[in-house]
Design a binder for this molecule. Sequence first.
Ligand code: FE
Length: 230
Amino acid sequence: MNIEAFFKLSYGLYVVSSGDEKKYNGYIANTVFQVTAEPPQLAVVCNKNNLTASVIQKSNGFSVSVLQKETKPETMGLFGFQSGTNINKFEKINYKTGETGIPIVLEDTIAWFECELVQQFDVGSHIVFIGKILNNELVTKEEPLTYAYYHTVKKGRAPKNAPTYQGNTNSVKKPDVKYTKYKCLICGHIYDPEVGDPDSGIPPGTAFEDLPDDWSCPVCGAEKENFVEV
Ligand code: FE
């Protein structure tokens, strides 16, 4: 398989949300697309490990919020790199409730769609949900955020549940390192050299200085330069 060929596929970035008043959840998806115009239908692809997958099945619907080009790192961090199992992602952001009772994220959103779940396909690691569009709105005429812009300009990275996640092949090993911790100024995540960042192939015992230049915060995706010594 040539990994670089996959990089030639283009995508946008969206927040897909679902739930009811008891529990709202949402995640960042790049695999959202219109499948038909009559009736108007969207497809979204969701990892089975995402809490939102089971929430969509329970609620029988979902919303898609199209993110603007200059989306805040905090929004990417909250929906892309944190699990709703531990936190309420809707506590600190702007959203509204659709006519079906599902939440619709308005933070950094330029357009949204409220959908009724009409079909789903199990494709192994992920589920493809087909939704019929019930309501939608063009919020502003800002440009949408594309996956390419997020990766090349914003230096963001894919959450590990994304269908496009390829891991990180860089790994650094140094026997004697200073165990200085660093804190992310965007989300507050602490990088601990004793733990490393195994999800990105960074073994325990890797000093912050020895992290590859393209390493980014595992919580919010912020670049290395956003970290300060604790
Ligand atoms: Fe962070």
